[in-house]
Design a protein around this ligand. Structure first.
Ligand SMILES: *Cc1c(COP(=O)(O)O)cnc(C)c1O
Length: 361
């Protein structure tokens, strides 16, 4: 069976060497030496001014909302992983969905402006599949209307925009280091503070129950991560360039077979991409289902990321008009993409995807 993704793992003895150090030191969690080292290395690698390693990408989003003291309405994208909206709800805010751009599949800045009310306090946008949102336009809108901006950058590890880290936009960007992501720490995530209105101190404090010294006057949470997770991150970070390169090779094979046949999201020339997903937008759900079934018959799993459109979740009671996101989420399929997928398999998958649709249509 070829899965849609497969986590990268370092050589086991490489990880064990770090684990033995933990055994010697007996410092397991609470901002230990590996966590500190990983934060520093990630900060350098990603070219960001401050990065907080946390327990997962969902808590990173919630921490960002809490730290920026966002209340009431948050304008957000319907085309993302479910954690983008659950984090808004969990922080007792109200998601206001606006539709996406049909080319980049990221939130449409034009529609953000139309949705702003006096209860709007922030924009939470996802760089979906690692494709940058229109960050300059979003920044301008946020400035004009005094809104906070959070980017869910769970897919955007290492992505550059105009030669610089995409993570430097907005007030806060968040990352996920879950096992299925491009760079992982088994479970994990990060909060990147761009040093606007809130200090690093507040984020640090919320991550650690709200405690600072002997001061307990702040409601925080436990968002810390452990030495074991940091050790996995330190091992994997050494290989991340290599992982991205290998994904690029697979992407190019897919492109060779499929680019002219199917619609793909648009990635601008100012983007240095990370090749984290390979989504195809089919002409109809019917074609998608046929292709998916054909792949499954050959023991290949493709996944319907992201479905449903988040505005259509059963617990979202308000109605929002997001026809583009609703349609794309019915017609988009992600092909297997991971560093150890070999060329032959990639060619076989691409052939199956193109053949089937030729035969049937
Ligand atoms: C994976 C993901 C998250 C959640 O991250 P976890 O580490 O799994 O909690 C949030 N947003 C997006 C867009 C994701 O893909």
């Amino acid at each position: 069976m070829i899965p849609v993704t497969q986590p990268f793992l370092p050589q086991i003895d490489e990880y064990q060497r770090l684990i033995s150090k933990i055994w010697n030191e007996k410092w397991l969690t609470n901002h230990g030496p590996f966590v500190q080292e990983l934060e520093q290395k990630l900060q350098d690698y990603l070219q960001v001014r401050s990065l907080f390693f946390v327990s997962n990408g969902t808590i990173a989003l919630q921490l960002a909302i809490k730290a920026l003291q966002i209340k009431k309405q948050i304008i957000t994208t319907p085309f993302s992983f479910i954690a983008t909206v659950t984090s808004i709800l969990w922080e007792n805010c109200e998601p206001v969905f606006v539709d996406i751009d049909p080319e980049t599949l990221c939130i449409d800045p034009q529609k953000i402006e139309d949705a702003i009310t006096e209860d709007t306090s922030a924009i939470l946008a996802t760089h979906v599949y690692g494709i940058p949102c229109e960050v300059e336009k979003i920044d301008a809108i946020a400035k004009k209307h005094h809104l906070k901006v959070i980017y869910d950058a769970a897919h955007a590890f290492g992505v550059k925009y105009k030669g610089k880290s995409l993570l430097n936009y907005g007030d806060i960007s968040t990352l996920s280091f879950h096992a299925t992501k491009l760079f992982h720490t088994v479970e994990g995530g990060a909060v990147i503070n761009n040093g606007g209105e809130i200090g690093d101190q507040i984020i640090n404090r919320i991550r650690n129950f709200g405690i600072e010294g002997e001061d307990y006057d702040y409601v925080g949470i436990n968002a810390k991560n452990s030495e074991f997770h940091a050790a996995m991150g330190l091992c994997n970070l050494k290989y991340v360039e290599d992982i991205i390169q290998r994904r690029k090779v697979i992407t190019e094979i897919y492109d060779m077979f499929l680019k002219d046949r199917y619609k793909r999201p648009y990635i601008g020339s100012e983007v240095t991409y990370n090749y984290c997903y390979y989504p195809i937008i089919f002409d109809s759900e019917e074609v998608l289902l046929k292709v998916k079934e054909n792949l499954e018959n050959h023991q290949i799993l493709a996944r319907r990321y992201f479905k449903p459109s988040l505005n259509q979740l059963p617990y979202i009671k308000k109605r929002f008009s997001c026809p583009i996101a609703e349609e794309v989420s019915k017609k988009v399929l992600c092909l297997p993409l991971f560093s150890e997928l070999n060329r032959n398999d990639a060619e076989r998958i691409a052939t199956l995807v193109s053949e089937k649709s030729i035969k049937t249509y």
